[in-house]
Design a protein. Structure first.
Length: 290
């Protein structure tokens, strides 16, 4: 009895200690996030001027209006390129490819390698291949193609995990009713995996919005509105992240205020994009189920 009591007491101590560590990590993460957001938003509100958001850019008024448009355009175009390729690749790897297929091993090796390459290397590749060899120069198209390559491993991995998490009984039930492989994937598997795929898309949006190193080499830093697509895709511009970096680097104390305001706007844009993606993902999932 004494030995059993000691074992139970040790187990209880370990359990309470681990639970305390988990709660401490959760609280630390929440406090850190709230602290960063509060600091940026507070300083951004202090530097708030309507002309800095929607005004015309000049040396006296470093407006970010063109950066907001460029950032939204970059997000939409990059996801239109990267998301279909990544999702179809993940579906092939999980639903169609055989487990001992050599080609599958090469694909996984390629995605793991891409995930570990620094963003500045992607920027150099994009500037040389898309900018020089393909002749796109410093442009939105060069930036989108470069960042799309960076997003492939992120979306592929997340989509794979989401598709694998779908219970096999769903597939078996669909096959039992006479559905084909393709219909089962698009009518049963994908709707069930939609929350995980949506998470991958949201993570990718954050990567696009926060990227600077690769885009400085490919998109450029020109302070101008891009022209209307498709012709505007060959125009150079800058995103909110690049605008914030340049304001901090070249603007002194006034530039830091502009950077804080840009950071606050960046947080609001990310929040709106995430809410919109969540709503759209839920709607698409319901449409698939119907």
């Amino acid at each position: 009895m004494i030995g059993t009591t000691k074992i139970f007491s040790i187990k209880n101590i370990v359990s309470v200690s681990l639970r305390s560590l988990v709660y401490a990590a959760m609280v630390t993460t929440a406090i850190s996030l709230l602290g960063i957001l509060s600091y940026i938003m507070f300083n951004g509100v202090k530097a708030y001027k309507w002309s800095l958001i929607v005004g015309k850019f000049s040396s006296d008024n470093p407006s970010m209006s063109f950066s907001i448009v460029t950032t939204c355009l970059m997000i939409v175009l990059t996801l239109l390129i990267a998301a279909p390729i990544s999702i179809f690749c993940a579906i092939y790897l999980t639903e169609y490819a055989k487990r001992k297929n050599i080609f599958v091993g090469w694909i996984r090796l390629a995605t793991e390698t891409l995930a570990g390459i620094p963003s500045i290397v992607f920027g150099l590749f994009g500037a040389i291949f898309f900018g020089t060899v393909m002749g796109f120069g410093y442009s939105i198209l060069t930036g989108c193609l470069t960042v799309a390559i960076m997003l492939l491993p992120v979306i592929i991995r997340q989509t794979e995990e989401a598709v694998k998490a779908v219970p096999d009984m769903y597939r078996e039930g669909s096959y039992g009713l006479g559905a084909s492989k393709l219909r089962t994937v698009f009518r049963i598997v994908l709707p069930s995996a939609m929350p995980g795929i949506l998470s991958a898309v949201i993570l990718s949006m954050g990567r696009i919005i926060g990227e600077t190193a690769a885009l400085i080499f490919t998109l450029g830093t020109v302070a101008q509105f891009p022209g209307w697509p498709p012709g505007g895709l060959l125009d150079s511009s800058r995103t909110l992240a690049i605008h914030m970096y340049i304001s901090t680097r070249d603007g002194g104390s006034a530039g830091r205020e502009v950077a804080f305001l840009t950071g606050a706007v960046l947080i609001i844009v990310i929040l709106c994009m995430n809410l919109g993606a969540s709503y759209l993902g839920g709607k698409v999932g319901k449409d698939f189920e119907n």
